[in-house]
Design a binder for this molecule. Structure first.
Ligand code: 13P
Length: 254
């Protein structure tokens, strides 16, 4: 499975950084690493970023409205993001669940809205530190996954991002065994629900991934990519992370 490296710029990014993104996209097109590369930008930058990268890498949104159209002042629909050049949207990031009280049901409705447009939905799940310490990680993740994804939708445009809340922006990550354990459980849940159709669903690990640890994380079984927050803001670091996937390899592991 071709991995996915997805930068998440969060509440960062102004027009002056577009030149850097364009230059990085050009640089990555020389001897390109064998990975899909996506940068999820503030909606204000999407259209210009799509022009700057000229199709060499993908751009995506960080959230969208669950509604398609209507009287929802300030909201941005999935179709608007696609219209601006996005090909993927992050939904249910823990920062939205925490700061905007997004529920699993709302996240599932957003997934439907994204899928309707033909874009990929990257659905985020993950446990708090208290939940990990209480031994609830697998149950919490399985429940969030089940309740944040609708049944009756194809899986070819779905990715699941496992992002433990305590690892985001903290410089801490779970042990490799712990990452693999959660990813294997996510895969089991996907297969139990969708059978063979779950095979193409990428399972990403996010939370303090950087150029120093991306390679080892990407080599773990059932890790099919990484969302990157802080280190994606520096294009040199982000390119290093992308290049930690070997060039020319059709797959980096079984
Ligand atoms: P950091 O890479 O800054 O820990 O953020 C991870 C994240 O939230 C990706 O969506």
């Amino acid at each position: 499975m071709r991995p996915l490296i997805a930068g998440n710029w969060k509440l960062h990014g102004l027009a002056r950084q577009l030149g850097e993104i364009g230059a990085m996209a050009s640089s990555l097109s020389v001897n390109p690493p064998a990975t899909d590369i996506l940068i999820c930008l503030p909606a204000t930058l999407l259209a210009r970023a799509a022009l700057a990268v000229a199709g060499r890498i993908a751009v995506g949104g960080q959230d969208c409205c669950s509604e398609i159209v209507g009287a929802f002042t300030g909201d941005i629909s999935a179709e608007m993001l696609r219209d601006a050049g996005a090909t993927a949207v992050i939904v249910g990031h823990s920062e939205r669940r925490q700061h905007h009280q997004e529920t699993n049901a709302l996240v599932a409705a957003k997934v439907v809205a994204v899928w309707r447009t033909g874009m990929m939905a990257i659905v985020c799940i993950g446990e708090t530190l208290a939940q990990r310490q209480a031994g609830e990680t697998l149950a919490v993740c399985a429940d969030q996954l089940a309740c944040s994804t609708p049944d009756d939708i194809g899986t070819s445009l779905l990715a699941v991002a496992y992002e433990p809340l305590w690892a985001i922006g903290s410089g801490r990550t779970p042990d490799q065994d712990e990452i693999v354990e959660v990813h294997q459980r996510i895969r089991q849940c996907l297969v139990a629900r969708w059978g063979a159709a779950a095979k193409p669903v990428r399972i990403l690990y996010g939370g303090s991934v950087g150029s120093a640890n991306a390679h080892e994380i990407l080599m773990l079984p059932e890790v099919n990519g990484v969302p990157v927050g802080g280190e994606s803001l520096n294009v040199r670091d982000f390119e290093k992370i992308c290049r930690s996937v070997p060039a020319g390899a059709s797959r980096i592991k079984n």
